[in-house]
Write a protein of this length. Sequence first.
Length: 149
Amino acid sequence: MKIDGSINAVLDQKGHEVWSVTPETMVYDAIHTMAEKNIGALPVLQAGRLAGMISERDYTRKIILQGKSSKQTPVLDIMSTTLVTVSPESTVMEGMRLMTEYRVRHLPVLDHGKLVGLVSIGNLVNWVISAQHAAIGQLEDYIRGTYPG
């Protein structure tokens, strides 16, 4: 496991499954799905293509704080449409840089325009921590003379 592994390696570890909603989905139903799946954001797909993202942040800022009804507001009205994405070949560090630069917590993973996964900042941080732990273990083995090779 390399610290700067690929996004695809992260997806292989965490899984490629992605839950999504459509622009017509009511915000309440999207939030219910997020709570049920214990996730913080959902891709919004229209005709199978990524049209936007809806997150807990969108909900709090565009529904709660504006006094709107989540049961009467479609996702289309509050979804983020300026999207930051990565490819499966992008590196973990590139993903983390994009998340920091654009202040997002989730990155859709697109392969030739097709949504193939979603990674969160938690997924990427866990990857880095695991890779660092493995590297430290290898260094300790090397110092002790038990490293293979």
